[in-house]
Design a protein around this ligand. Structure first.
Ligand code: NAD
Length: 277
């Protein structure tokens, strides 16, 4: 059994980006907007800001009050769309309930949409013409590439069908030539489907949902889930202890997909910079 060490792969990606940035005549710029003071979001935004600094990017961390109006937030996005120092704009989700998340995402200029959530970028991913691709699924593809396993013709099961992870993840695997099954909370016989899978990607948000005996011997298992137990321990959606008995490759939580998401955000910001040049 092999561990897919997301922390190490992400560090290499960040080192490669830092080397490229040294040769540029202007630092790529990323703006991250945080609305309110949700503790998890605050940590994510801080981590993104630190990652930018580490690779030599220009970074703007914009904190807005939870009471911001829809128009004020849209105006901020439009200001950043028109700011030449900024190549990538990210609005940290979730937004407070009174704000229209979809409208905010659609207001981000598609060429600065480094989260890859704008309908234009999602549409291009569907057509296998993607340029800026959602960070978490793209990061998972980078992790899968390190295993050296050819995805063409493989049976892949994605558990979870959200707009930010499950759906784009399924499309990434399809674009790579795999046969893809997408499961959701209504799926019947989830374990039966998983038992036939060569590659499993789980993004649900339920601790220990996937049991070891649902995994085919030698399968690749990528765990996107992040769940905090009452003890404070951070775990994924896969029951890691039983899964390692069958998996050929497995990504841990923490230290798996999480660091890859941020490194891929930097990769996307560099792509956006290059496209804008
Ligand atoms: P979400 O709540 O938007 O979507 C969850 C999906 O899981 C839905 O499609 C739902 O139908 C499906 N689901 C729920 N119960 C199920 C069940 N019993 N069997 C099969 N499918 C089921 O969640 P999300 O935003 O996609 O995030 C999923 C998890 O991934 C969360 O734990 C989140 O914290 C984590 N996450 C991690 C990263 C990272 O960088 N590591 C990034 C994004 C999300």
């Amino acid at each position: 059994m092999n561990i897919i060490d997301g922390k190490q792969i992400a560090q290499k990606l960040r080192n490669d980006i830092a080397k490229k940035v040294e040769k540029l005549d202007r630092a790529p710029g990323l703006a991250v907007i945080l609305v309110g003071d949700d503790p998890a979001s605050t940590i994510y935004v801080r981590n993104k800001d630190n990652a930018c600094k580490e690779v030599g990017f220009y970074s703007e961390k914009i904190n807005k009050s939870a009471n911001i109006t829809q128009q004020e937030l849209l105006d901020e996005v439009i200001r950043l769309n028109n700011d030449d120092k900024i190549d990538g704009i990210l609005v940290q989700l979730p937004l407070p309930k009174h704000l229209d998340t979809n409208l905010v995402i659609e207001t981000i200029s598609p060429e600065k949409d480094v989260d890859g959530f704008h309908s234009e970028n999602i549409g291009k991913l569907m057509q296998n013409k993607a340029n800026l691709r959602p960070c978490t699924p793209k990061g998972v593809m980078t992790m899968l590439a390190t295993t050296g396993i050819d995805l063409i013709g493989k049976d892949c099961v994605v558990v979870g069908a959200s707009n930010i992870v499950g759906r784009p993840m399924a499309m990434e695997l399809l674009n790579a030539g795999a046969t893809v099954t997408i499961c959701n909370s209504k799926t019947q016989d989830l374990s039966g489907k998983l038992q036939r899978a060569d590659v499993i990607v789980v993004a649900v948000g339920v601790a220990h949902l996937i049991k070891g005996d649902w995994i085919k011997k030698g399968a690749v298992v990528i765990d996107v889930g992040i769940n905090r137990l009452e003890t404070g321990k951070l775990v994924g959606d896969v029951d890691f202890e039983s899964a390692i008995k069958n998996a050929g490759w497995i990504s841990p939580v923490p230290g798996g997909v999480g660091p890859m998401t941020i490194a891929t955000l930097l990769e996307n910001t560099l792509t956006a910079y290059q496209n804008r040049k």
